[in-house]
Design a protein around this ligand. Structure first.
Ligand code: BLA
Length: 492
């Protein structure tokens, strides 16, 4: 965003899966597949303790599958202290995680309330927005965090806050945008795999892992699935700058993509028992499925409508012996197909228009420029950035969608959309994203609202609209070919 700032790609280089350390709210013991003690966290009293703790769950390890998150292995009593145990396999290794035991919630277990109350509510919600609001409220109820947010990533990776629940004393981020660089690429990749992380206290000292073999490299141990994994120091600083001591985030994964996150904050440290975390992870999965289903329904309805409009346009043309310029004589379906405010049919040097468009000479020049790209479909929601003469079109045509219907001739249909001036409310000025001191990167310090006005763009052309005009293109080519054959027959 600014040449003076260091390259953000630096952020993506931090090897967050192998920090060689854990957070101090628990203990870790690492065993070989044969049950031999290989490594432990330095906060055990000594190696014997780490081994004793592991021995108490040894009989349960058979249930652990590889490639999955931690499973609950029950509760142990170690020298008078109750510990909840989770474990997972990672290749040849077994990683055991121990946390101070919390009272058992029995049939009040949070997972039951999800099935009984939350899922039926989700199923009744009609929009993605309504789903997000329900999820923000439910996760707040389950966890008691002071602020819970549901945010969605846009095409550029920025996070847009859709729903929020806050307690008094918490700043509101509702409607704000968080820059993509807050969450670098390797973290997004990890969060696609492991759907939940909890940082009970951002002010912690990491606890190193030590090996039975003094030559063992703690940074060789993959902690991708470990709940206790020590997190990036840059992110811890980010949390402290935000006034957040505890945080949890849950991935929203739709069709294999990281769609967004549920993010929870608290001014004070906060721990959550394993059962609550499992319920939150489950909530994330329910939400993800419901979002996918709402998006599919919307998509199917949109496709159906666009197909009907395409038929309307084509049947009108196929009726008489009219040529393509007849399309502008019945502008309603043509404009609705692309949700445009103007359209033009260009056949070589000739041009017919309807609605708000640049003038004919301008369209002619633009058509020539687009035709030279030799693409079947081309679009831009910020035309003047790519085609400087487009500056002169002003607010009435900030974006264009074009289909080319001949490889030989300059035959195009173009749709225009007016400028849509939008205001983005950033949670902190993204140009002050990060600073570098003493070779170390620091995240931004301020999260206060900063407004950016975006000009010169139209509403983005959707993939559904692009595929609708592609379909129209095929139909038009069919009509043109049939005409040519008929002409040939008449001539012969
Ligand atoms: C991680 N960044 C994160 C996480 C969140 C955010 C949620 C996941 C960890 C967690 O659950 O707390 C960002 N937090 C947000 C956003 C919102 C929020 C967008 O509440 C919006 C509501 N961060 C920076 C810069 C760098 C950076 C400049 O700001 C890099 C130089 C790095 N953020 C960074 C890294 C992680 C991260 C490396 C991964 C932390 C880990 O899992 O180890």
């Amino acid at each position: 965003m600014n040449a003076l700032l260091p390259d953000l790609a630096v952020c993506a280089q931090e090897p967050i899966r192998v920090p060689g350390a854990i957070q101090p709210h628990g203990w870790m013991t690492v065993l070989s597949a044969q049950g031999k003690l290989l490594a432990w966290s330095a906060n055990w009293r000594n190696a014997d303790r780490a081994g004793e703790a592991a021995a108490l769950v040894r009989d349960n390890l058979g249930a652990l599958q590889g490639g999955e998150g931690p499973a609950a292995l029950g509760r142990i009593e170690l020298h008078g202290t109750g510990l909840d145990v989770g474990g997972h396999r990672n290749g040849e290794l077994v990683l055991l995680e121990f946390e101070p035991a919390t009272p058992d919630s029995g049939t009040q277990a949070p997972i039951y309330s999800l099935a009984r109350h939350f899922l039926p509510q989700l199923q009744q919600a009609r929009s993605v927005q309504a789903l997000a609001e329900l999820a923000a409220a439910e996760i707040k109820r389950l966890t008691g965090f002071g602020r819970t947010l549901v945010y969605r990533f846009d095409e550029e990776g920025h996070g847009e806050v859709l729903a929020e629940q806050i307690e008094p004393g918490y700043d509101s981020y509702a409607g704000h945008r968080f820059p993509a660089s807050d969450l670098p690429a390797q973290a997004r990749e990890l969060y696609l795999l492991n759907h939940i992380r909890l940082i009970p206290n951002a002010d912690y000292e990491p606890v190193p892992l030590v090996g039975a073999d003094p030559g063992w490299d703690a940074r060789s141990l993959d902690l991708s699935w470990a709940g206790l994994r020590s997190v990036s120091p840059v992110h811890l600083e980010y949390m402290r700058n935000m006034g957040t001591l505890a945080s949890m985030s849950v991935s929203i994964v739709v069709r294999g993509r990281l769609w967004g996150l549920i993010s929870c904050h608290d001014h004070a440290p906060r721990r959550l028992p394993f059962q609550t975390r499992a319920a939150c992870e489950h909530l994330g999965r329910l939400l993800s499925l419901q979002i996918a289903s709402r998006e599919d329904t919307t998509e199917v309805a949109a496709r159906l409508e666009l197909r009907q409009l395409t038929l309307q346009i084509v049947s009108h043309l196929a009726d008489g012996d009219s040529t393509l310029q007849r399309m502008v004589a019945e502008p309603t379906p043509l404009l609705r197909l692309a949700q445009a405010s103007g359209a033009a049919v260009v056949l070589n040097e000739d041009c017919w228009t309807t609605g708000d468009t640049p003038d004919r000479a301008q369209i002619g020049a633009l058509a020539k420029w687009i035709a030279a790209k030799n693409q079947e479909v081309w679009s831009s929601d910020r035309l003047a950035e790519e085609y400087p003469p487009g500056e002169a079109f002003g607010a009435r045509a900030a974006g264009v969608l074009a289909v080319s219907i001949s490889q030989v001739h300059q035959h195009l249909v173009l749709w225009f959309r007016p400028e849509l001036v939008t205001t983005i409310r950033w949670a902190g000025d993204p140009r002050k994203e990060l600073t570098m001191t003493g070779g170390r990167i620091h995240p931004r310090k301020s999260f206060s609202s900063w407004q950016q006005q975006v000009r010169g763009r139209c509403a983005p052309w959707s993939a559904t609209q692009e595929s609708a005009v592609t379909e129209l293109r095929h139909a038009l080519i069919g009509i043109v070919l049939r005409r040519a054959e008929e002409m040939a027959e008449v001539a012969s």
